[in-house]
Design a protein around this ligand. Sequence first.
Ligand code: RIB
Length: 308
Amino acid sequence: MARNSAASVVVVGSMNVDLIASVKRLPGPGETVAAAGLEKRFGGKGANQALAASRHGAQVTLIGCLGDDPDGRDYRNHLRREGINCSSVNTVKSGTGSAFIAVDTKGENQIIVIPGANALLTAPALKMQRSRIEVAKALLVQLEVPLETVVEAIKLANGREVPVVLNPSPIHPDFPWGKVTINVLIVNGGEAKEIFGADPADIGEQLDAWKARLVEKGVRTLVVTRGEKSTLVLTEAGLKKVATHKVKPLDTVGAGDTFAGAFTTHLAEGAPLLECVRWANAAGALATLKVGAQEGIPHRGDVQSALA
Ligand code: RIB
């Protein structure tokens, strides 16, 4: 089906400089392990998702904050090179956000985030971008910037019926579930358990209970990613499972972000829900084939070839 390949997507979120240590295995509490190497890469959930959407052909505007330091300047240039509109990325008096990431030989990871400039994206600053959100085909948000700012963005989108895609990572205990409308909630199994207080493995057996949970939380569609297992998609109409794309992962950092960005692009283009998930599954899988959150994010053509 021919679709509008330049649908406008607004992403409100974080930008980090990732310091990635490759280790044989992740350290336990109180343990020291040696790394084989250290790399510095662009990351942050907001920018990763914006990049994934842009590489899938969306016209992306990123709203966020960078520090007034060399990392911030490099990051802005990088986003411009990727074709992302950064006129709503503010430079603030702070260091650019950063993240310490350990990746083991199985591709599993541990991440510590230092918010830096991301913490200075205020709700009043966000409100100044209201017109951008109100004309978008979709709003994509995560929780690595202040909660009140994300909630403000969602309210602006809700006011104009702009579809909201929320990837609530990292989970925030005070998110006002039920007070705003989330068109699509993208979570992994652990996040689903934390938000809904129930194991998503049981959705099939407890369909009515899960549908009631969605209504209570203000969520229209729930998408649960489960690594290599099929992705669960729950709506008022029922539960569907969408097969994943099999790969041998090298580094899973940014795979979830790639899923969210690819999914939102197709949603913004008006694609049917399960088709959005099929593309996102393949994009997320391909993203694990390179080290670094953004290095492996595939372009639309790569995903198309993988799906073919
Ligand atoms: O989701 C992966 C991202 O989480 C990394 O790029 C890191 O910056 C943290 O935000």
